[in-house]
Design a protein around this ligand. Structure first.
Ligand SMILES: Nc1nc2c(ncn2[C@@H]2O[C@H](COP(=O)(O)OP(=O)(O)OP(=O)(O)O)[C@@H](O)[C@H]2O)c(=O)[nH]1
Ligand SMILES: [Mg+2]
Length: 395
């Protein structure tokens, strides 16, 4: 009896000690805060992940935030149309070009280029590496410009992007037919005539920025509308401007998805604090362009985790910084087929093989603009960080 009672009290004392330790660890975490650093090259989705954390764990966006983002979205629309018009000339696609009039025999035989989900790699203090793929989960919202567009899934979107990528393949027969039509019109000096070419002139000569409180000028909005209806322009780049009418309307207020899709290059390091399960997370978002990277160094002190983002669709894009350097160049050691599964596996393996100090690295394939997928990734990240805190505290 006496033995039993003393065993019980020993167990109770041990349990109480554990609780004390846990409370102490949690208090320590609260005191210290959890410092999370978002790193990665330019346009890899760092600020987008921060926006998602704000939506998931913060208070969301106020009316003032939305008014500021309205300026960004409207400016992004004008910039995108200018980019699109530039692409028409670069890819040699004339206005009015109908891709269905060209034979697609060769394109059908070409392998599809890999779609473009983004890869995130988390570095932890020690231990194993892990993968998490949220790439093909169903998504509630489809993404158009501003993403207000209806239905569909991430998988459908990826297939759509892959098909669009194929349409732009420089060797396919549709692209050759477009270039040939472009050449004929150029030689006959009729390439830049007609209503769509006039609308292009209006957009190209308009100012890029939209001032706070103002709308896109009516003549520019009308010109964008004319450009967007052109079948050749649709062929050139059909996914960005589906929501033009909504965005150009006076009553336009950016939705959460508009905000996630909008783009401002980060040039000032920001710190944002969130309380998740009682613990304060301090998230640092840095600029990824080359000139910004020298500002990263002081932020490595005392951090609990790095979320390193990589855009795995950027392997064939050039750097914003100098407009010529390939962002990732090709990988001569890659011998696998040109498909998503093998390509993404290869990227993950390359990153993991750089782990010289046996740090814990977790790899997630995800879409930074998809709140549902980022929610899953963040929940895993939080669990990992909190777990490693308890391990540190000896629990
Ligand atoms: N399709 C797609 N677009 C994304 C994804 N992540 C980010 N984007 C878009 O890419 C653009 C750039 O994303 P940002 O979050 O601003 O990139 P960043 O890494 O903060 O860039 P810097 O501030 O220049 O370092 C934005 O328009 C985003 O909406 C993704 O996973 N998929
Ligand atoms: Mg940024």
């Amino acid at each position: 009896m006496g033995t039993c009672a003393s065993a019980e009290s020993a167990a109770a004392a041990a349990a109480s000690k554990d609780i004390d330790k846990q409370l102490k660890a949690e208090m320590k975490a609260i005191e210290q805060n959890i410092k999370l650093l978002l790193l990665g090259a330019g346009e890899t989705g760092k600020s987008t992940v921060l926006k998602q954390i704000k939506l998931i764990h913060g208070t969301g966006y106020s009316d003032e935030d939305r008014a500021a983002y309205k300026v960004t979205v409207l400016t992004n629309v004008i910039t995108s149309v200018k980019t699109l018009l530039h692409a028409m000339d670069t890819l040699k696609i004339p206005f009015g070009f109908d891709p269905t009039s060209a034979t697609i025999e060769e394109t059908r035989d070409n392998p599809l280029p890999p779609p473009s989900p983004f890869l995130t790699v988390e570095k932890m203090d020690d231990g194993d590496a892990q993968y998490h793929t949220s790439y093909c989960e169903e998504s509630e919202d489809d993404i158009g410009v501003g993403g207000g567009g209806g239905g569909g899934s991430s998988c459908n979107r990826q297939k759509k992007e892959a098909v669009e990528g194929q349409l732009q393949h420089k060797d396919d027969s549709v692209a050759r037919a477009a270039a040939s039509a472009y050449k004929i019109l150029l030689e006959s000096e009729t390439l830049h005539t007609g209503p769509v070419a006039q609308a292009a002139e209006v957009v190209n000569t308009s100012a890029i920025g939209v001032i706070a409180g103002k709308l896109i000028p009516k003549e520019v909005a009308d010109a964008i509308s004319v450009i967007w209806k052109d079948i050749g322009v649709q062929y050139c780049f059909r996914r960005f401007l589906n929501d033009l009418c909504r965005i150009c309307n006076e009553s336009f207020v950016p939705t959460d998805q508009d905000i996630l899709n909008s783009r401002i290059m980060t040039t000032t390091i920001t710190e944002t604090r969130f309380k998740i399960e009682g613990i304060i997370f301090r998230v640092f978002d840095v600029g990824g362009q080359r000139s910004e990277r020298k500002k990263w160094a002081p932020y490595f002190d005392d951090i609990n985790a790095i979320i390193y983002l990589v855009a795995i669709n950027s392997y064939d894009q050039i750097c914003f910084e100098d407009n010529s350097t390939n962002r990732t160049d090709y990988f001569p050691t890659y011998e696998g087929p040109n498909d998503y599964d093998n390509g993404s596996e290869y990227f993950a393996t390359r990153f993991l093989s750089l782990n010289k100090y046996e740090k814990k690295i977790y790899v997630h394939f995800t879409w930074a603009t998809d709140t549902k997928q980022i929610k899953t990734v963040l929940a895993i990240v939080n669990q990992i960080i909190l777990r490693s805190n308890l391990v540190e505290a000896g629990l």
